[in-house]
Write a protein that binds this ligand. Structure first.
Ligand SMILES: N[C@@H](CCC(=O)N[C@@H](CS)C(=O)NCC(=O)O)C(=O)O
Length: 205
């Protein structure tokens, strides 16, 4: 049975589409968007009462959380994730946690919710200011590590490059200026055929 990926139009859904395109996996895309009412339908709520995209359906497995989806796909199809127990896997996990907490949940998502979507989530200028400072401080860790390194982990493209590139794209869209190493890193990954085909699909609606 082919996989189904629910969700499109956002940077977080892009993470999952990009992983599927990198791995060359056939799947059905249901490009529903956030805040359109499409995540509140009976059929979607039966998959996830979070009412959030992306959601991957693989047979009996219904998987939420973009980073979990990327790592699952990498493990299942034998790419995008270093082998279990290796030092590279430890680094992968480190990057994964860092991206999801320091660059996504604590900073960019706070700005998104309380500045860009203030009409929905409420204004919180002090939280937005703290989030902006937090992002600028935390992103330096990535800047230093990716100075002259093509990939986040070892010498191969992996799932955390997907997560990081998508977060950096989000940061640029939110008005942040990145340093030269991260600008070059993003530009390089945007040249990947899988990034191009996934972006064309994810942002097609
Ligand atoms: N931690 C989740 C966050 C998912 C999330 O917040 N998705 C947003 C779109 S980027 C959403 O579906 N929002 C629905 C809504 O707010 O109605 C992940 O990484 O998958």
């Amino acid at each position: 049975m082919p996989l189904t990926l629910w969700g499109g139009t956002t940077g977080r859904t892009m993470r999952a589409h990009w992983a599927l395109h990198e791995l060359g996996v056939e799947y059905e895309a249901k490009l529903i968007g956030p805040r359109t009412g499409e995540t509140q339908t009976e059929i979607f709520r039966a998959l996830s009462i979070k009412e959030k995209v992306p959601v991957l359906v693989d047979g009996d497995l219904v998987l939420t959380e973009s980073a979990a989806i990327v790592t699952y796909l990498g493990d299942k199809y034998g790419g995008l994730t270093p082998s279990f127990g290796s030092a590279d896997r430890a680094r992968y996990n480190e990057w994964n946690s860092y991206i999801l907490t320091e660059l996504d949940a604590h900073t960019l998502y706070v700005i998104r919710k309380h500045r860009d979507l203030a009409a929905v989530y409420g204004e919180a200028p002090a939280a937005v200011e703290t989030a902006r400072d937090g992002f600028n401080k935390q992103v330096k860790w990535a800047e230093v590590r990716l100075d002259n390194a093509p990939f986040a982990v070892g010498d191969a493209f992996s799932g955390v490059d997907i997560l990081l590139t998508c977060c950096l794209d989000w940061a640029c869209a939110a008005g942040f200026e990145l340093g030269p190493a991260l600008d070059a890193y993003r530009a390089r990954h945007h040249e990947r055929p899988a990034w191009r085909s996934a972006a064309k699909l994810n942002y097609s609606t």
